[in-house]
Design a protein around this ligand. Sequence first.
Ligand code: BGC
Length: 386
Amino acid sequence: MINRFRLIGIMGVIGILVACQQPGTPKSQYDTSTSVKMDSATFAGKVDGKDVHLYELKNKNGVQAYFTNFGARIVGLWVPDKDGNLCDVVLGFTKAADYHNPKEPYFGTIVGPFGNRIAKGTFKLDGQTYNLPINNGVNTLHGGFKGVHFANWSVKSSDESSITFAYTLADKAEGFPGNIAMEVTYTLNDQNELMISYQAQSDKKTVINLTNHAYFNLNGEGSGTILDHQMQIFADRFTPVDSTLIPTGELKQVQGSAFDFTSVKTIGQDINADDQQLTYGKGYDHNFVLSKQTEGEWYKAAHVVGDKSGIVMDILTQEPGIQFYSGNFMNELVQLKNGTKDSFRTGFCLEPQHFPDSPNQPSFPSTELNPGQVYQTKSLYRFSVK
Ligand code: BGC
C-alpha cells in the first residue's frame, strides 16, 4: 500500500535525503543543493479547511514518486542518475500549505479543465458565449484563479503501483459549462516509467484540456539553470503566438529557426536568438505540434538529458501537442524543497496537451466534450541514464 500511513514510517527511517544522493553516499560533484527534509508529518496540513496529505509510489529500482491530493500534484520524483544516486528532478515544496499561494507557479499540478490560455477568457459553444475569469493579462490561463490546481482532490483508489485522484468541478464554478468529473491516475512501473492517465465526463457540452505542469530540472531541484540540458522535441511545426501568447492560428515550420529541436541541442543554444516569438515568450513558451512519430501506442514527444546527472527523460503521449516553457517567469518568489529559490530558468515544463486557445481556433484539433462522452488521454515519462 503506498499511502501516507506507510510513508510516515519510511520517512522516519530515511529522515533527511540529499538531492541526487542516496543516504550515506557522497554528494555528486554537480550537486550544490542542501539537504531536503520531506516527511509526511511536515507536509500534511489543512488547506481550505480540508486535509492534505503526501502519498508515495516506489518501484523495485528505488524510484520514489510523491504526490498530494491538493491539485493532484507531483511533489517529488527521485530517479537514479548516471552513478546510481537518487536525484529529485521536480520542483516543489516540503509543506502542503506552500502550494496554496498565488505566487506559486503551478508546481507539479494538474491544470484544467482547460490547461493553457483561452483568448480574452471567452469562447462559444453551440452559439452560447461563456466567460471565464481573466487571470493572465487579458486572457484566462490554466482554468482561472482556482481551476483544479487549488482544489482538494480526493483519493479514489490506490495500490502498490498507482494512485487515482478525483475531482468534480461544479457547473460554472470557473465559468466552464457542466459538472466536470475528472480523474487522474499516476502509475509507476519497474521500467522507471511514470504514466499519467486522465479521464473526464461532463453533464453539459464543455471544453477540456488536462495536463500536468511539473517543473523539471534533471540535474536536481535547485541545482542551477536548465539551459545546458539537451533537448529534442519531435515536432516539425509550432504554433506562433501574439504578444499575449495566444496562437495566431498558423502552424509554422521550425526548420532554420530557434524553434528547431528536431535534433538534440541545448535548451540555451538559441534561447537568446533575435526572434519575435522568443521576445513574446521571454524565451520558449510555445506549443509544438507533434510530428506523430510513433512508438507502439504512443507519439514521441520529447527527449531531455540532464547535462550533469546524465538523467534522461523521454516523454510519450497521446496528445497532439506539447507546450515547452523554459521557466522564463521564474523570479525567486518561492522557496523550494531544498531551501533554494525558484530562480530564473531553474526548471522547465513540457506539458503534453491540445493546442492553446483551441475553443476559439476551429482549425485546431477539437477540445469539445459532449455529455455521455468519456475524455481519455495519457502521457508517459520514462527515466533512464546516459
Ligand atoms: C505557461 C506560461 C506560464 C506558466 C505558469 C505555462 O504553462 O505557458 O506562460 O507562465 O505556465 O507557470
